[in-house]
Design a protein around this ligand. Structure first.
Ligand SMILES: N=c1c2ncn([C@@H]3O[C@H](COP(=O)(O)OP(=O)(O)OP(=O)(O)O)[C@@H](O)[C@H]3O)c2ncn1[C@@H]1O[C@H](COP(=O)(O)O)[C@@H](O)[C@H]1O
Length: 119
């Protein structure tokens, strides 16, 4: 008798929302006046404050990962990415510049990239 292979595919709904959409929102909030905006509040407190918030979110993400709490990890990752983009904005770095740095590494392994940093 022919055996039947069962393949279970978990379907995750695709969102059209991208990290670039969030970066655009952050740009718009940065350009706007002093109306109520958490982003505006963070940027007004300066890059060092934004860096501190990013660090806090990084620690919260680490804790969620170590605890193996999937939903918590996703939520903290979303906070982390938001605060990462605000930090880049505070220091005048474009997301595209980070992507370009990643793009340069696409043809080398992580081990090669690590070695290229030494010396
Ligand atoms: N994606 C986010 C987002 N993720 C996380 N956060 C905020 O980041 C904070 C997480 O940090 P904490 O847990 O330390 O919260 P907290 O103690 O309230 O923070 P602080 O008072 O210490 O600053 C929370 O206040 C979250 O609401 C975000 N705030 C905003 N956005 C996006 O940014 C857009 C613009 O927001 P506004 O600038 O408020 O209009 C929104 O439409 C969202 O799309």
């Amino acid at each position: 008798m022919a055996s039947v292979a069962l393949c279970v595919v978990r379907v995750i709904p695709m969102s059209r929302f991208t990290i670039h959409d969030l970066a655009d929102t952050i740009d718009a909030r940065a350009a706007a006046g002093g109306e109520a905006s958490y982003t505006r509040k963070l940027l007004d407190r300066g890059a060092e404050h934004c860096a501190k918030k990013f660090g806090e979110e990084a620690v919260e993400t680490v804790i969620a990962a170590v605890e193996n709490d999937r939903a918590h990890l996703i939520a903290e990752s979303a906070d982390l990415l938001y605060h990462f983009l605000v930090l880049l904005k505070a220091r005048g770095v474009k997301l595209e510049e980070v992507e370009a740095a990643l793009d340069k590494r696409t043809n080398m392994s992580g081990l090669e990239e690590k070695a290229s940093r030494k010396g």
